[in-house]
Write a new protein. Sequence first.
Length: 555
Amino acid sequence: MKGKGLSQALACMIIFMGIGIVYFDIPSLSIALPSLEAQRSQPVNSQAHRHEPHNATDPGHASKQSEPIQRSSTANKLPTLHLTIAHTNDIHGHLMEKPHKQEMGIAKLASLLNDLRQKNPDTLLIDAGDLFQGTIYSNVSQGEAVPPLVNELGYALSVAGNHEFDYGLDQLQKLRSSLNFPLISANIVQHDGSLLLEPYLLKNIKGYTFAFVGLTSPDTSILAHPERVKGLTFLDPVQTAKQWVSKLEKQADEIIIVSHCGIEMDRRLARQIPGIHLIIGGHSHTKLNRPEMVNGVSIVQTGEYGRALGSVDLHYEHGSLTKIAAKLLPYPADLHPDPKLAEQMTALQQRTDLALNESIASTSILLNGERARIRAEETNLGNLLTDAMLLRIRALPDLSPHIALLNSGSIRTSVLPGRVLKRELYEAIPFDNLLTVVRLTGREVREVLEMGASEVEKQAGRFLQVSGVSCHLDPSQPVGSRISQLRIQGSPVKGESLYQVIVNDYMAAGGDGYSILSKKKQRPTGITLYEAVEQYMRQLKLITYKKEGRITQGP
């Protein structure tokens, strides 16, 4: 198949059944929401809020759709309150339980939440972004399998993560309209100056008003496919948060930041935003077994893929916060999954596996795509993928590419030893990126490789897996001077010689910071990475790939 044929064909084969909505009865919770139906009816495109625009530089404009909750009692008359905030982040479509990876899945997560709610009816569930994309079960439907299932969990809100934009703005609107909870972010601005999403949510619980302010990583402008965030500006989270906290401190007893900005930005927020006590984080996939305290602010994050559920307990006496405690609830091996959701997940799995359980090859070893490895060093899976790119495009009659480069952020998991199914390969490389050829000078090839090495210590997705290239990377050197001993097809690179380079269309459009590629004339091939890799694996039959020293590291 070419282009997006795989996902289109699978989507045609898989019919997602409607799932009823369960509303959790929390008698002591009096929730005042903005007009969600009005929000959902508005498109996500540039005309979304023209009749009631949220001016990005004037937080006061937001009050027209999120009216402040008026409190009749004074602070010293407020009752005692014990509020539990359960939280998730970076689920990435991991709906199915995977005991061998300690991923609880949607059905077991529901049971764990039910236990929390039985212990404390005053429990809210918050998500810190990247909910829709990441596994075959979510991707073949462009995220549409996710809302009917997560609606069953009783989320109060989710913040928009960078991967919420993977399917484009029109699809984001469709997904947003399918949720029974709001998707918020205060720092995404459209070209007309209005905010793309509701910036915050107010909730009243036993007379206490809580304001949840959403923030999305500003790096979304380079992490998302440029065409899918065209016309959007991602404002500085610190300055945005300062504005909204200043605005909301007169309306709320507690302001909580829900951030899909990563742990480093959350630390900055904690240091620079006065008047907050809690940041619920995501994006960096950081597992914090206990809250990280920065400037008196508790920062919490659960890791990734539903491997843990976060729980924060806030205790109030007469309007004042007296205690905050947080912990992670790990994969509950002995807990029975929610039967209704388990049944729905089984049906979804059967429909999906019918199309994806075909074996395409076997591997005698682990093909390593784990985040900590693939974003920091050469791996055998990276070698396999880039070799597949090079061989497939070399087979085209009018192209003779010299090298293939692949951003490691496009590789999402390992392939385990044994039979390799279509489903497992799709989970490893879930994006329907097309392969594109650009012509670069040797000097520009070096510049691209330097970009790939620029954030290796942060395990950034821009780190490159390579074929046809060998080099030495010294992370101790300054950015821009980390690559040496650069060779292409075994020969030293000549600065002004021209080379044909295969990349994916995400990189070619400037994604992950590769703006140099977006300025080059491009030759689309119409072939997806998945197609190239599946064909290559079928040819190999038995995969025995190893690291080859394509990228050596050290002083």
